[in-house]
Design a protein around this ligand. Structure first.
Ligand SMILES: [Zn+2]
Length: 418
């Protein structure tokens, strides 16, 4: 099982996303069914799928061989006992997530959170690093990769890296992982991010916008049927929308890029080159610049001054929160979410949450907000990590991807931790 079986994995699993839907009785669909609850007996699977015994058992043999499913001891005896006969208990079958890990690189504008997680986004090992994304991609990724490799190497020998996820503060094409035109990462423009990651770890790679990854992570707390608008408010401002478990990417991978909505025709110059954008008025970057004369140097200075009740800093933050709230009110009126989640160093501040909450309710109809909750990030700073891990797992265990791996003779779902 420890063979480096993913090294020759081709084509990338993203291609499976555009393939026709797999048959409900395919290997991949069976894995999806087995993942949906903690344990199944063969009898229960026969009843749930309507497959013949021969077909089901053949499929299960392939899934055992490829280590998607394992036999996890005996099912408890009881009225649901599945006909194994007196004195025998049926074997329980489970999704084989044992030792499977994901490497998550959640890159922000000024710092990076690097983690090895389990398949549910539970953080096993983590490092936070101060890193400026406004630099050349090659040297930046070399540094991040070296630290990430240490985290990978610190695991047990039986850990299996199933994929690597990068969250980046720029627009990302959801299928190709290619970075669109970005004002925060101009020097990454034509850099082959996915290929560079794959060269290092020979594993599946997911690249997602950091705010959308954050939204996906936070939506797991909100509940699968909910509509969630999540906003990452730190050095920059970005948002993600998740509806029914699906994150909205948009036609150019730019869904949620609310920072460059222009509030005024003039106003301060924005990093995008225009004037009067929300980011130019209200982003952490803009606030630090505006408060520099008072000695503020970074976001941490802002949060400390706010806790200390510094009137100047609080007033600037309140003005910025009001601007953010007005933009969010338009989004709230458009999509009518159950929850607005505010994350990021500034977004998590209670002062910002209550100001944004008040402005939204003041600007849209009561009907729109009657069920609305506005809250700070419930996963703290981990929402992006949870969302990114989930994207990798969804990619690797998508029914079409499992079918393709089995048809292609890929020997296992794990393996490469070079
Ligand atoms: Zn702008």
């Amino acid at each position: 099982m420890a063979e480096d079986s993913t090294a020759g994995l081709a084509p990338p699993l993203q291609d499976a996303a555009t393939a026709p839907p797999p048959s409900p009785s395919s290997h991949g669909s069976l894995v999806a069914l087995i993942r949906s609850r903690p344990g199944w007996t063969r009898q229960q699977l026969l009843a749930a799928t309507g497959m013949s015994r021969t077909t089901l058992f053949d499929r299960l043999d392939a899934l055992f061989a490829h280590e998607y499913v394992y036999q996890a001891g005996s099912a408890p005896a009881g009225p649901d006992g599945d006909g194994a006969g007196p004195g025998r208990r049926a074997e329980l079958l489970r999704w084989d997530d044992r030792g499977r890990v994901v490497l998550v690189l959640d890159l922000g504008q000024t710092h990076a959170r690097l983690c090895v997680t389990g398949v549910r986004g539970d953080i096993l090992r983590m490092r936070d690093v101060a890193m400026d994304i406004d630099t050349d991609a090659g040297p930046y990724l070399d540094t991040v990769f070296d630290i990430a490799q240490e985290l990978v190497d610190a695991g047990d020998d039986d850990e299996k890296l199933i994929g690597v996820a990068l969250g980046i503060p720029g627009p990302v094409d959801p299928l190709t992982g290619v970075l669109g035109r970005s004002t925060t990462m101009p020097r990454w423009q034509s850099f082959p991010i996915s290929a560079t990651v794959r060269e290092r770890w020979h594993a599946e790679v997911v690249i997602e916008n950091d705010a959308r990854a954050f939204a996906l992570g936070e939506s797991s707390v909100a509940g699968s049927g909910q509509t969630v608008l999540a906003v990452k408010y730190a050095t920059g401002i970005g948002a993600g929308i998740v509806d029914g478990g699906h994150v909205l990417e948009g036609s150019a991978g730019a869904a949620g890029d609310i920072g460059h909505i222009r509030l005024t025709a003039d106003g301060p110059r924005c990093t995008c080159g225009r004037r009067g954008c929300l980011a130019a008025w209200a982003s952490g970057h803009a606030l630090v610049r505006r408060l520099a004369k008072t000695g503020v140097q970074d976001l941490r200075d802002i949060t400390e001054r706010v806790s200390a009740g510094d009137a100047t800093v609080c007033a600037e933050l309140d003005t910025a929160s009001a601007a953010l709230g007005r933009v969010l009110a338009t989004v709230v009126a458009t999509i009518n979410p159950d929850t607005v989640v505010l994350g990021g160093t500034l977004g998590r501040l209670p002062r910002v949450v209550s100001a944004v909450d008040a402005v939204i309710r003041d600007h849209v109809s009561d009907r729109t907000t009657q069920h609305l909750t506005v809250t700070s990030a419930r996963l703290g700073a981990d929402g992006g990590v949870v969302g990114l891990a989930r994207k990798v797992v969804d990619l690797v265990y998508a029914p079409a991807a499992v079918d393709a791996a089995i048809a292609g003779g890929d020997a296992s779902t794990g393996g490469a931790t070079t």
